[in-house]
Design a protein around this ligand. Structure first.
Ligand SMILES: *Cc1c(COP(=O)(O)O)cnc(C)c1O
Length: 223
């Protein structure tokens, strides 16, 4: 890994279409490094733990125009905290969680933007909806009024070839296209949250609108 954080961000930006939002994933990253990213133009930070995010929000409260994205598995006892901290929840991964998010968002008078996490390659150990499960839960999801469901999110299984990875991203986009044709009244499919450090060029090729990049900006995580 070469260059400063600012140089790496500039380099990545150059490769991304202007419409793709670059989310800097800052789990285990210091607030000093986050300030460097901010100075280089980053306004979107992704975190996977509410506790870690809480400390960082406090330390970065002088930066007025940040968007915080929750990208980890959300336990039900952390839902309220997550809603208070994050404008975006990318990792809404079950109907039960969506229900709870909507109910608490209503209580808190919040309207978080949400992506539904899907697993195109079925895997019992991974979180998220399979395509058939999501299609069958769609009518229920479309009744939620406080959640602003805006798209799909996916994380690739490990060990795919480039071709297989591209296929998973394209299948995710096709699923979003199919959902668009279901005449939902509230739920919208405008965003595709896909692509991490190892695979984001393929995700962008397949139509990603939000890439979530950590290591390629900040270096390897230690834990
Ligand atoms: C950690 C994480 C990322 C960033 O991964 P990198 O390989 O560091 O780019 C993106 N999305 C999710 C859901 C993550 O947990």
């Amino acid at each position: 890994m070469t260059g400063s954080i600012a140089e790496r961000i500039a380099n990545i930006r150059q490769q991304l279409p202007p419409s793709v939002r670059l989310i800097a994933v800052t789990k285990q990253v210091s607030v000093e490094a986050m300030r460097e990213a901010y100075a280089a133009g980053i306004r979107d930070f992704g975190e996977s733990r509410t506790q870690e995010a809480e400390a960082k929000l406090a330390q970065l409260s002088d930066l007025p125009d940040l968007n915080w994205h929750f990208i980890g598995h959300l336990q039900s006892n952390k839902v309220k905290k997550a809603l208070e901290q994050f404008q975006w929840i990318h990792s809404c991964d079950s109907l039960k969680l969506a229900q709870r998010l909507d109910r608490l968002a209503e209580e808190l008078s919040l309207q978080p933007k949400v992506c539904l996490q899907v697993k195109i390659v079925p895997d019992p150990d991974k979180y998220g909806w399979t395509a058939p499960e999501l299609l069958s839960d769609l009518p229920e999801l479309d009744t939620y009024k406080s959640l602003q469901i805006r798209g799909l999110m996916t994380i690739l299984p490990l060990g795919l070839s480039q071709q297989e990875a591209l296929q998973v991203f394209e299948d995710t986009r096709k699923l979003a296209d199919k959902i668009k044709q279901q005449n939902c009244s509230h739920l919208r499919m405008e965003e595709l949250s896909m692509g991490m450090s190892g695979d984001y060029p393929l995700a962008v090729q397949a139509g990603s609108t939000m890439v979530r990049l950590g290591r390629i900006i900040f270096g390897e995580r230690t834990a």
